[in-house]
Each structure stands twice: as structure tokens, then as C-alpha cells.
Design a binder for this molecule. Sequence first.
Ligand code: NOJ
Ligand code: CA
Length: 655
Amino acid sequence: MFKWANLFRFRRDEYEKDFYSPNGKTTVHFSLKNGRITYSVHRDGKLIIWPSNLGFKICGERPLHENLSLVREHHERHEETVEMPWGEDQFIPNNYFEEAFFLSEKDGDGRIFTLRFRLFDNGLAFRYEIPPQPKFSQITIEDELTEFHINQNSTAYKIPAFEPDRYEYNYEKCSVSELIHSVHTPLTIHTPTGCYLSIHEAALYNYGAMTIKLNDNGSLTANITPLSDHTKAHVSLPFTTPWRLIMLADSCVELTTNRLIYVLNEPPHADFSWVKTLKFIGIWWAMYVGEWTWAPGDRHGATTEHAKEYIDAAVRLGISGLLVEGWNEGWEGDWLENGINNKFTVATPDFDLDAVTSYAKEKNIELVGHHETVGFIDNYEKQLDAAYRYYAEHGVHYIKTGYAGSQMMINGRKEYHHSQLGVNHYQKTVELAAKYHICLDIHEPIKGTGIERTWPNLLSREGARGQEYEGGALFPSHACFLPYTRLLAGGMDYTPGIFDLQNNVKRIATTLARQLAYFVTIYSGMTMAADRPFMYEDRFPEEFKFIRSVPNDFTKTIPLAGEIGEYYVVARKDRHSQDWYIGGVTNEYGRTVVVTLDFLENGAYDADIYNDSADAHYRDNPFGIEISHKKLGRSDTLKLHLAPGGGFAIRLHKI
Ligand code: NOJ
Ligand code: CA
């Protein structure tokens, strides 16, 4: 019988190998024993991932994890600096040792696959690569058996998977032993040995997203999101899984700038020099506070008249874009139920897209179009090409998409947003948008796995609880969890900058200074200044100056201080000037942080400091703010007070 393995002269039935990160701090031990493969990880000589199993169950076939032998091995040292077209850090080191193990079954059809590891100073990635082979070309994955065997006494920060609100939950601290129900990644964990790690994935294409849960052996295991037919993915070979990624750091603050998801994705295959980050206002929060509606009627928000007024306001405010939600047919009645009839090329009678887009063009304002699909993918995909072409023909270069609804409707069946079919739908929109030179901001998205490197037109996503949950469901601690968890998956459209903090319909649980801080602590390639223009122009013009100046494209990001769920302080340097921005947020407890400015370049800076006043409090005195101006340099140190639910924002303008 033909056996692939026979092609290889080298063959080992038992094998062990240690390989090291470039700085020698992390070691991976690979083992092939009794036909099974495992890996384990040491950091600073301490075991952090105990021997963990690898492999697959495949429908209608023998599982692909036993009776294996090693038929080839390849190793390589890679050293490179990746440049990102926009983002939090312009240059990202891509330095690793790669070890690829080519494995074959000893009997049966002798099926083969490769297990490829990349070991960086700040993390370990590995993936499975399955080539096409006789009698093995179309496969259905029943289960991926990848384990991350971690001390169960470690602390984890979780949001639940497979729940109706997708990723939109509050983070909870628990022990790894409690992860008996699936949770989403990035799953951040603090081990008793003092290591911080976050389990995530990179380059998620054509496969269900990985969730994590404790299995019966007490090991964390990949639980791939199922399809409605209860399988995990249908793929044709060759097939490569996403990278299974374990980010590693000695402190939680260091973890926040782990950018391995990007270097594990491919460079773009086309010219994306047309992509530009964007700051915008929106016909948006007025709907949340009940002044306007998405649906047509007396208080319809998306009218031609309102859009023109907001365009004029954007010009006065010095903001480049305007989002308009509720302009298209389909929002009447219960829009969640009725969303199945949404029309993406038909405007409501009171909204004239031609008039609005030509007015926007005249005023040099980018319109951000909106598609709320409510997860009715069958309805959306039928219109997809026409809908994107329609915007492109009107000179609209940005679209915010949305997938409200607890599940998607695909091919007439309910599927998870993060299933293989969901993943493939989101990818289709990214690629089609690229074809029409359109940038996307996806709400209710698939989590970020670094594909923005390959598809830079994917400027932002939501994918966590954002400010729309204010009014009771957003705790001050939430924004102090995000940098250590969700934001490890890339930028987020959190809709910052709500100044109307004591609105009776939606009370905001933050201080005013903290709303400015968000523009620094939560990165987004497309950032909405989310409140209505009058709050900026009439009520708080001084505070708004910070929003106008803060960029959303940075050369480098330096995390300065923090603790998971408690506080976070970060500095970022503008990519298009010599200026620096610093932001800090705290949970429901006030605190003082000391910021040493030694990361600045030589020379003097004009500093604008927006700080909670001594008596500010998110509940009783949210507007308590002090604005001061100083000359500062790299030998200076700042002592900053953060009120309960508060924060601060600083602009350092190089003189
Ligand atoms: C939820 C999104 O997160 C929000 O931004 C949007 O306004 C609504 N869906 C309606 O599409
Ligand atoms: Ca949402």
C-alpha cells in the first residue's frame, strides 16, 4: 500500500526535543511517546504549561492524534521587523525560533500532518497543517484536541462563550478550576509562578473560533465553536488551522502591548495605501437617549436635514467623518424581528443619500455608512455586492456593519457568529469592502485575530461590551479589564466621548476626564466621538479640544502602570507629529498614580492636562474636572489623582 511516510527516510517512533525563545527565557519541550504528541512550556525554569495533548477527531475517520511517528523535522531562526500601515505600534519585531514536526501515522492510510511551532520572547504559537493526500482530501473536523494544561489554581479573567450577547459581557475573575463552561479568547491567566499569559488565536480563517474550557483531565482545551450540524468545520485539504497563541509576559502591564497576532498574519497581498484612519461623530447617541429614533417617524434621526446639520457641526468641530444610522428601510417596529427585511440600497423617504453625500463631499466630510444586518446573513449576502457598490458609487469609503441578534441566520439555519460560517461571512465582507476601497468598523464582529495586517481596511470592531451598555450595565472596572483581555485582540470601537453624564435615560458611570482618557486607553482605527455635537460645542468646548487633537494612529505605545480590572495608564506617540498622549482609567476606587515622563524625547512640551478634581466622583460629581497647562520635559514626574470611576488625559505637544 502507498504510504506517505515511506517517502521519508528519517523516521522516529519516540522523540523529544527542547527549543528556546531567542532570549532563552522560555523553553518548549516537544515529545512523541507511545504514538502521541505533547508539548510543555517552561519560563524562567518554571513549568507554566504542563504536558498537553495535540491532535484532532475527524468525522467518519480514525482520530488524528495516535499511532504517530516523526518523519521529518525542520528548524529555522527568523528575525524581521514588521511595519504596520496604521495602529498602536508602527514597528513590531517578528523574531522567533521555528520548529516544524512532520508527523505520519504508523499504520492505516499513513495520514500525515505538520505541527509548526514559533517561539518568540513574548509568546508561543503553533498550528496544524494538513496537506492533501490519497483518501484524505475533504474532511469534517469533529473536535480539535489541543490542550493548554495550566495549574488549576491560576487566576483567569473570563467572559462566557455561546451566550446570546456574543462577546458583550462583563469580565469576571475566577480560578482556572472554575472554567467548566466555555469562555472566549483572549483568555488572560495569572499563574502561581507569577507569569501572565493570554491564550488566543491568530489568522482565523475558514474555521470555527476557539473557545476554551476545562476538560475531564483537568486541562484547558480548545473547544471550537460548532456549526448547527454539531461538527466544528468542513474543510478541503490543504488546510491550516489558525495559530494557537499563548502570549507571555512577566507583568500584566507588559502583556497589554503583545502584538504577536499581527506578525502571525501575512502581509497584505494588494495596495492598501488608500486606507486612512478616521475620527467621526454620529447620528447615534441621540437614539440611545431617546431624542431620536432609528425608525422613520416624527423623531427620525437619519433625515437629510439632520445629516446636513451634523456635517456642518463636524466641520466646526474639526472632525473628519459622520456616521448615519437608521437611513435605510427595515427599522420599523421591532427592528430585531423585522431585520430580516432590511434593504441596504433603499433609503427612507426623508433621507436623500445623493443630497447628503454631495453635501458631505462639498464640506470635505467622510460619510460612514451603516448596515445593521441583525444577523440575517442570507438577506444581507443577497444584497452584499449591490450594497457595497451603492456606497462606493456615492463616494462612501467607510461602513459600520452590525450583527445584533443572538445568532446568525445562514442558509436558513441558526449559526453562531463565531462559527466557521460566521467567520467566512465576516471575511467575505472584508474582502468585498477592499474591492470597493471601503474601510469597515464591524459591530457584533468576530473577535480580532490580527487579520488587519493582511486586510488593513478592517479599521475597527466592537466585540466587547461598549458604552452603549451605560445606564446600568457597565461598571467602572470594565474599561480596566479591557486592556488586559479584549484589547489583546486589537482595536475596539468603544464609542468614547459621551459628555452628557447625567442624562436621565442613560446615566454614565464615569467622570468627564475619563471620557477623554478612553481615546488613549482604548485604541481604535475608527473612533467615534459619540455624543451629540451640542455637548461638545456648547457645553464643554475646552474638553473637546482634547478629542479634536488626539490621533488614532500611533508610532509607539508604552504601557506605564496598571492592574487587571483596577487601573491602566498608557502613553502613545502620534505617528504624524512629535506629540505624545497619555491616558489613565481606574475602577470604582479612586487612586493616585505617578507618571515619570522619561520616555519623552529631549526638549520641551506644552502639556494640556485633563484631570479629575479632588471632589470628582462618577456617581455624585462626574463633571468635576481640572484643566491645567504646563511646560514639561523628560525629567519631570506627574502625580495624578483619579477619582472613583475616573481617569485623566494628557496631550504633550512638542515645542
Ligand atoms: C448595536 C451596535 O453596537 C450599535 O452601535 C448600533 O447602534 C446598534 N446595534 C444598532 O445597529
Ligand atoms: Ca454592540
